[in-house]
Design a protein around this ligand. Structure first.
Ligand code: SAM
Length: 217
C-alpha cells in the first residue's frame, strides 16, 4: 500500500515534496493501480467512480486545494469506502464521516482498515427523523441516492452541517432538468447566502454536479 503521504518523514524531503504536489486525479490513478483485482480474466477496480466513470476530480481539486493541509468531510454514500480512502490519501489531514443506508460496506477489502472515518451505518439521509448529531464540516458530499427527491431531501437534512465558507456537493445529478430544479430550489431557499456552481463533465448525462458554498458573513 502507498503510505508516502501519511508517513512523509520516512521517505525523504524530495519524495514528500513530489507527493504533496500530486493532484487528486493522480492520487486516484495511483490507488487504482494498487487496488485492481482479478475478475473473469481481467483486472477490475472495485473502487470509487469519481475519477473515470465520472470526471469530478479536477472539479473537486479547486475546492479542496485551499484545505489540503486539513479538512473535515461528511460523505453520504460509502459503498466500499473508496472515496474515503482517496480523501485520506490526498489531504495531509482529514477527519471524515461516512454515512450509508447500508449496515456496512457493500464489499469488504483489506485496504478499508486504512480508512480512519467515523461511520453512521443504516442511516437514510432522506429521513428527517434520523439525522445524526454531527459537527459542521468543510465539505459535505452527497453521493447517496441520486434521484431528484433523494438529493433535495438530503440537502434539506444535511446543509446545516456546512461551515461558513464550506461547500455542499450534490453528485451524479441525473439530468439537466434535475440540475436546474435543484439549483432553483436552493436559490429560493438560501438566496444570496450561498454561491452555486454547476459542473457538467464528459458525455454522460448524469455526470453533473452542483457545488453550493455557504458565504462567510
Ligand atoms: C454511488 S455509491 C457511493 C460511492 C462512494 N461515495 C464512492 O465514491 O466510493 C452510493 C451509496 O449510497 C448509498 N445510499 C443510497 N441511498 C441512500 C440513502 N437514502 N441514504 C444514505 N445512503 C444511501 C448506497 O447504499 C450506496 O452505498
Amino acid at each position: 500500500m502507498c503510505v508516502e503521504m501519511n508517513l512523509p518523514s520516512q521517505r525523504g524531503n524530495a519524495l514528500t515534496h513530489r507527493m504533496l504536489k500530486m493532484t487528486l486525479l493522480e492520487t486516484y490513478e495511483k490507488l487504482l493501480e494498487e487496488l485492481a483485482i482479478p475478475l473473469g480474466g481481467e483486472m477490475v477496480f472495485r473502487f470509487c467512480d469519481k475519477g473515470h466513470n465520472h470526471s469530478y476530480l479536477p472539479f473537486y481539486q479547486g475546492y479542496f486545494e485551499p484545505k489540503k493541509q486539513q479538512a473535515t468531510i461528511i460523505e453520504i454514500g460509502v459503498m466500499t469506502g473508496g472515496s474515503l480512502l482517496l480523501w485520506q490519501r490526498w489531504f495531509d489531514q482529514v477527519k471524515a464521516t461516512g454515512i450509508d443506508l447500508r449496515a456496512g460496506y457493500n464489499e469488504t477489502f483489506a485496504w478499508q482498515q486504512e480508512i480512519a472515518a467515523d461511520y453512521h451505518w443504516a442511516t437514510d439521509t432522506t429521513d428527517a427523523k434520523f439525522i445524526p448529531n454531527l459537527a459542521p464540516v468543510d465539505f459535505v458530499i452527497d453521493d447517496g441516492l441520486h434521484t431528484l427527491a433523494g438529493q433535495w431531501a438530503t440537502f434539506q437534512n444535511y446543509w446545516r452541517f456546512v461551515k461558513p465558507g464550506g461547500t455542499y456537493f450534490i453528485e451524479d445529478i441525473e439530468t439537466q432538468l434535475n440540475a436546474d430544479l435543484l439549483r432553483d430550489r436552493i436559490s429560493q431557499r438560501l438566496g444570496d447566502a450561498v454561491t452555486i456552481e454547476h459542473y457538467r463533465g464528459h458525455t454522460r448525462e448524469d455526470d453533473q454536479i452542483l457545488a453550493v458554498t455557504r458565504k462567510i458573513k
